[in-house]
Design a protein around this ligand. Structure first.
Ligand SMILES: [Zn+2]
Length: 94
């Protein structure tokens, strides 16, 4: 299993424990629900702490992960999407 770094806490974890986020064609950050989204991507733990941490510091975490500015949804919207993504992850990995 490949390891990935969470953009929130910067911990390296197994990919299956993280949610993949990617950028859609409009430059908007979105959760890569089926793991097939191409292009730039980042990973985040499905936890509130990591989400909050990643929005801190002028959202530099996202800029670093995506090598440029991205359009961010509100933290609540992203939180919902991450929860959904984590559920799907579980489903896929069982
Ligand atoms: Zn994390």
């Amino acid at each position: 299993m490949p390891d990935r770094t969470c953009i929130g806490c910067r911990k390296v974890r197994d990919k299956s424990g993280l949610v993949r986020i990617t950028v859609d064609l409009g430059g908007m950050l979105t959760v890569d629900k089926d793991g097939r989204g191409g292009g730039r991507g980042g990973y985040i733990c499905p936890s509130d702490e990591c989400l909050i941490a990643s929005y801190k510091g002028d959202k530099r975490c996202f800029a670093r992960a995506f090598k440029g500015d991205v359009v961010l949804p509100t933290m609540d919207d992203l939180k919902l999407a991450i929860k959904e993504g984590a559920l799907l992850n579980k489903h896929i990995n069982q």
